[in-house]
Ligand binder design. Sequence first.
Ligand SMILES: Cc1ncc(COP(=O)(O)O)c(C=O)c1O
Length: 455
Amino acid sequence: MTYGATNPELQNKLDEAFTAILVEQSKFMTLKSADPQKVEETSQLLESYGQLRGRGFFYPYLATGRGHGPFTECTDGSIKYDLIGGIGPNLLGHSHPLYIKSHLEAAALDSVMCGNLQPYPQTFELSELLINAVSDSKLKHFWYAGSGSFANDTALKMVWQKRAPAYKLIAFEDAFAGRSVATQDITYNAAYRDGMPKKVEVDHIPHFDINDPEGSKKRTLEVLRNLLEENEGEYSAMMIEIVQGEAGIVAGSRDFYVEIFELAKSHGLYIWIDEVQSFARTHKLFAFQHFNLEEYVDIVTVGKALQVCGVLFSNELNPKPGLVSGTFNGSLSAVLAGKKIVRYLTEGNFFGDSGRIAQLEQAFLTRIEKLSNGSCKGKIGRFEATGVMVAFQVGEGSKESTSKFLKKLFQNGIIAFSAGKDPVRVRFLPPLCLDEDHLDEIFSIVEKTILEVES
Ligand SMILES: Cc1ncc(COP(=O)(O)O)c(C=O)c1O
């Protein structure tokens, strides 16, 4: 099947444009400090932008749209390592050839967005790729959604419709599910719903504690058992991030998940996994596969690294007509990129215990450990990584001290972000294109910055 405007001459021009863009972007592959004159221009621009938004930005950061691999150029003229990728989406790195190709292919199509009343073969093909990738589970359908939060709203409606009027949910302490009216109630942090009426009845139970695996499992099971017994028949689902992102990269063990899922299932709850942040970042495409939990999963939400968002669900959860719809599935370039990303990752050497993601996980852990036992002894607290989701505590781990570290790190050439509370930790959601030289340079900057702020 041919898609969009196509003829040999046009194809040649697109190929030429592809090469020209890639060559040009590849010039932005080394660190560079800011140009003082552009710093001033950027700060004025950000000031005006902040006024329009109603609030300023955490970093003095605007992207020029130039950058390659882990590097991104900012409007102040600096080129920095981007280790947060827009909080997750930029898994492959800047101007990855597959991103450029997706944009060019989409440019030859006739529209910008696709949707439920404007489907394309490509939206079908991406759904098929995702469903084939979970053939070992009950998940048989994929429904697009406009954001991670809306994917979660859609999943919530699906489980509610099947279990009505059992509308209560079990979720986890420190969970983050999004910012919609419904997901702000599943999100644990009450400050994120200040002044909002509470609409969804959610009981939060403790997640795994790596410092006390057996004790934390016992505590979680006990709290869960009590809630299920006290509110028998009132819960529709248990919603969980298997790797909690915003909480500071908190992951349990298979044994922990199996026991709580068995208990939840024995009381009729659906198991709903939020993989908006963890998708494609663990040793398997899905974190539930990483922990071998395929048999338990009823519904899964995805977003970020996939470039589009949506819900995978079982036959049983297929809703009645009218419950879910919406104008957009996503942009055509995003759908094309999503397809290429899934194929690239599943057909390449990224997953498995010796795949690139596992290697990067080890590389980050080894380097943090080396600093923590060496030049930065006593200045690094708890650190963890699950695949390419990494977090470590600097100093006392307060909100203020971590912000200070992050802002200094930014000045020194690395964009990262925070995660968690008590302690707040530094979070990296790094791209897969990092090599050993990048990692050496990154960790010499991390070391320098820790020594600067924690002297
Ligand atoms: C686990 C998780 N769920 C849901 C969301 C919400 O996704 P979005 O910001 O695309 O609405 C996020 C965003 O950070 C997330 O990390």
